[in-house]
Design a protein around this ligand. Structure first.
Ligand SMILES: [Zn+2]
Length: 390
């Protein structure tokens, strides 16, 4: 089905999901919910598209044609406004038991459109123990039309009691070739740009597409990867830290603005703005203003998350750079993620020992951990820059 077309290099998962969606459609037509698996667990490394796969599956369940990709239902799933799809992320660093209990209550309602009620639970590995216990109870006795889609890096990240009640869909990192092929054929990206983007994104299709199509994204990548060669003194380290934090903030602001605008427009449409519309909320039917406020709150907490994620992505980019350096130092014949920067890589490979390169990678990983523990970004990144230099 069309909704699965974007899941590049995931043939096995797509086969499983298509069959399940077809069976679910049969169950709905027969007026039954029987036979449906009510809890699914999507696993795979970062960038493999766990959430994308779960969202595509949600569309396949909610679309009357099993996921055509162009009807209203499919469209609503993808912009996040479908009334029977609830997509949740942790409010802070983890899911609280309160957030989870509220969600479980909402999940228990009957589907408004008569098909399924789907809960897309992103980062399920970030549930606190008591939240996980509440979730377990909900999954053990699901209402007949409720389907839980949990996402986590690996099955081991969840309690075995939850894991054992889910059907696991494992996603893999698609090969560079597969990603490049999709960019070239579907997005009409010139082949050499497609290969560059696929390689630099290391199998992350969304990232690859952004790199291929958005000059701003390419510029930000260049800014990040110019850091290693700029660390000649303490002052340079401090200003590099400032630049990195700022670059991540810019990237986050761009991503947030695009998402927010779409959602707000959809929500306003849903509540009938424009029919009598004058003034900011005047045209919204009853409940519209409250929903808009709720959306804005959600968008605010998402902005915080995206900012954190952007900085983390920039750090992972630096890791990929030093990994390339290490590969050159060992003379390994592997594909370099940052092949376009071969000159810089070569300079660094010659100027350091493999041990030093490993120590630098460690310093970046440590910085990631400190950021995850809520250390002030500027401070954590500055400390990292200083270790990258010496
Ligand atoms: Zn559809």
């Amino acid at each position: 089905m069309a909704v699965f077309d974007d899941l590049v290099g995931q043939d096995q998962a797509v086969a499983v999901l298509s069959r399940a969606a077809a069976a679910a459609g049969e169950a709905v037509r027969g007026g039954r919910g029987a036979g449906m698996t009510h809890a699914w667990l999507f696993t795979g490394p970062p960038g493999s598209g766990r959430e994308d796969a779960a969202r595509a599956f949600a569309a396949a369940l909610l679309c009357p044609d099993g996921g055509c990709g162009h009807c209203d239902q499919c469209h609503q799933v993808f912009v996040g406004s479908h009334p029977d799809l609830e997509s949740v992320r942790p409010e802070g660093l983890s899911y609280s038991v309160k957030q989870t209990r509220e969600l479980i209550l909402r999940a228990a309602g009957a589907p408004t459109q008569g098909r399924w009620r789907v809960i897309l639970f992103e980062d399920a590995d970030r549930a606190t123990e008591s939240a996980a216990n509440a979730l377990l109870k909900a999954i053990e006795e699901p209402p007949p039309r409720t389907v839980w889609l949990l996402c986590a890096p690996a099955p081991d990240d969840l309690m075995i009691t939850i894991r054992s009640r889910c059907r696991v869909v494992n996603l893999t990192t698609p090969a560079t070739e597969a990603v490049a092929h999709v960019l070239a054929t579907r997005d009409s990206v010139p082949p050499d740009v497609a290969r560059f983007a696929a390689r630099a994104a290391q199998g992350h299709i969304g990232r690859a597409r952004a790199l291929a199509l958005d000059e701003g994204v390419r510029r930000r990548r260049e800014a990040v990867l110019s850091i290693p060669r700029s660390l000649t003194g303490v002052g340079e380290c401090v200003s590099a830290a400032e630049r990195l934090v700022k670059t991540a903030e810019e990237e986050a602001a761009a991503a947030t603005a695009a998402l927010n605008e779409n959602e707000t427009t959809e929500l306003r449409k849903l509540y009938g703005e424009g029919s009598t519309g004058k003034g900011l909320n005047r045209g919204l039917v009853r409940g519209g203003a409250g929903a808009l406020k709720e959306l804005e709150d959600r968008q605010k907490s998402r902005a915080t998350r995206i900012k954190r994620d952007s900085l983390d992505a920039a750090l992972l980019e630096l890791v990929s750079f030093y990994r390339d350096v290490l590969a050159m130092q060992f003379g390994a014949s592997v594909e370099l993620a940052n092949d376009d920067l071969r000159f810089d890589l070569d300079q660094l490979a010659k100027a350091a020992t493999p041990e030093e390169t490993l120590r630098r990678i460690d310093a970046i990983m440590q910085c990631r951990e400190r950021l995850a523990a809520n250390v002030n970004p500027q401070m954590a990144v500055e400390a990292m820059m200083l270790s990258l230099r010496s």
